[in-house]
Design a protein around this ligand. Structure first.
Ligand code: FAD
Length: 343
C-alpha cells in the first residue's frame, strides 16, 4: 500500500501532524515502543506546554519565519485546542514567567492517542533511509519498507538518545541537498574552567541572578553543581552561548542577599559580584541537554515547512533551525510548526 502521508517521529510535532490530517491514509513511524516519550517526562511529568509571553524574541532562529509560524497557531490557539480535547493547562510562574503546565503529561499523550486513532502506527521501527522515485517516497526502517506520497519528518533534536533521539532527520535533509546549521546542545548546564572551581564548594546552592549575554538579559535561578552550574537562568543562557564570556550579577535586586556559604567561598577571591565574567569550559552535552539548537536551514523551507528542494517532503519541530528558551516555547514550536504544515 502507498500511504498519503507518512510521519516520521511520534513526538510532539509528529503527533500533532497526525491529529490534524484527517480523511487521508496516514502512518506514523517511531523507533520507540511508545508515543510521546519526551512529552511524558517533560516539565517534571507535568509538561510545560506553552507560554503566555510567546514571541520570536524567546527563540533562536529566523525571527520573521518564527513569527509567521507562531501567528498561525499561537499560545491561545493551543490552549483552546487542548481545552477542547480535555487537557487544561494552568499558569504556573514559580520557575519561569508565563509558563503553562498540564496536570499530568499523560493527559497530553492520552489526548494524542485518541486524536490519532485514524493513523496506522509503526512503533519499534527505526527509520534508516528515505528515497524518492517516480513521485513516491520509500521509507526504509529496521523492520520493513513503507511507501508514501508525502513525508513529514518530525524526528526532533539530538538530545536524550535514551528517549529515541537520532540524527536521521538531518541525514535525510542532507541527502535531499539541505543546508544544516551546526547542531549544538542547548538548555543545558555549563562545565567550568579553573577560574570557577570555587563553584564546586557551593554544590547544591541556588541563587537568584541576572545574566547579560550579548546584551540579552536573563533573570532567574542559578544552581551550583559539583561539575559546574545549571538552573533555569543558566539553561536559557546556554541557548545564546557559543564561546567566550558573559556577565553574572549575583546580587541583582535591592532585596537580594548573598548566603553565608557564598560569601565564604569568595572571601579570598577578587570577584565583582555585580559583574562577574564567566567563560564556561563547555556544556554537559546531549545526554543532559533539553534541546538541540541548529538544524535544517529554514530559508530552504516554504511557509508550510515543505522543502523547496524536494516537493512533498516536510520538516517540522525541533529538527529545523528554531530553538526556544526554557518555559514551554519548544512544545509550542513543535505544535505551531505542525499546524503551519497542514495549512
Ligand atoms: C528532559 C526534557 C524535558 C523537556 N521539557 C520541556 C518542557 O517542559 N517544555 C517544552 O516546551 N519543551 C521541553 N523539552 C523539549 C521538547 O521535548 C522538544 O523540543 C519537543 O519534544 C520537540 O518535538 P519534536 O516533535 O520535534 O521531537 P520529539 O518530541 O523529540 O520527537 C521526535 C521523535 O522522533 C523519533 N525518532 C528519532 N529518530 C528516529 C528514527 N531514526 N526512526 C524512528 N523514529 C525516530 C523519536 O523516538 C521521537 O519520538 C524537554 C526536553 C527534554 C529532553
Amino acid at each position: 500500500m502507498i500511504y498519503d502521508i507518512v510521519i516520521i517521529g511520534a513526538g510532539a510535532s509528529g503527533l500533532m501532524a497526525g491529529a490534524l490530517h484527517q480523511n487521508q491514509t496516514i502512518a506514523i513511524i517511531d523507533s520507540n515502543n511508545k508515543i510521546g516519550k519526551k512529552i511524558a517526562i517533560s516539565g517534571g511529568g507535568k509538561c510545560n506546554i506553552t507560554n503566555k509571553y510567546l514571541s520570536s524574541s524567546y527563540y533562536l532562529g529566523d525571527s520573521s519565519f518564527i513569527d509567521n509560524t507562531l501567528s498561525k497557531f499561537n499560545q491561545y490557539d493551543l490552549l483552546n485546542f487542548l481545552n477542547k480535547n480535555g487537557v487544561y493547562p494552568q499558569l504556573n510562574e514559580k520557575i519561569v514567567k508565563g509558563t503553562y503546565f498540564c496536570n499530568s503529561s499523560y493527559d497530553v499523550i492520552k489526548m494524542f492517542t485518541t486524536l490519532t486513532k485514524h493513523c496506522k502506527y509503526y512503533l519499534n521501527h527505526k527509520v534508516i533511509d528515505l528515497n524518492y522515485n517516480n513521485n513516491i517516497f520509500t521509507i526504509e526502517t529496521s523492520n520493513t519498507t513503507i511507501k508514501a506520497k508525502q513525508v513529514i519528518v518530525a524526528t526532533g533534536g539530538l538530545s536524550y538518545s535514551t528517549l529515541g533521539a537520532s540524527d536521521i532527520g538531518l541525514t535525510i535533509a542532507k541527502k535531499f541537498g539541505h543546508n544544516i546549521i551546526r547542531p549544538n546542545p542547548a538548555l543545558v548546564g555549563f562545565t567550568v574552567q579553573k577560574d570557577q572551581f570555587w563553584f564546586k564548594e557551593l554544590s547544591g546552592l541556588s541563587l537568584d541572578i541576572k545574566i547579560n549575554i550579548n546584551d540579552k538579559i536573563i533573570e532567574g535561578k542559578m544552581l551550583f553543581t559539583h561539575k559546574g552550574c545549571s538552573g533555569p537562568a543558566i539553561l536559557t543562557t546556554s541557548l545564546y552561548w557559543y564561546k567566550g564570556g558573559f556577565s553574572i550579577d549575583f546580587l541583582p535586586y535591592k532585596d537580594s542577599y548573598l548566603p553565608k556559604r557564598f560569601k565564604k567561598a569568595i572571601k579570598d577571591l577578587d570577584i565583582d559580584i555585580h559583574n562577574y565574567t564567566m567563560s564556561p569550559a563547555g556544556n554537559f552535552g546531549y545526554t543532559k541537554a533539553e534541546v538541540t539548537k541548529g538544524g535544517i536551514d529554514t530559508t530552504e523551507l516554504d511557509t508550510n515547512f515543505q522543502s523547496i528542494l524536494q516537493p512533498n517532503l516536510y520538516f517540522i519541530g525541533e529538527v529545523v533551525d528554531v530553538t526556544g528558551e526554557l518555559g514551554g516555547y519548544n512544545f509550542q514550536w513543535a505544535f505551531s510548526s505542525a499546524k503551519a504544515q497542514k495549512q
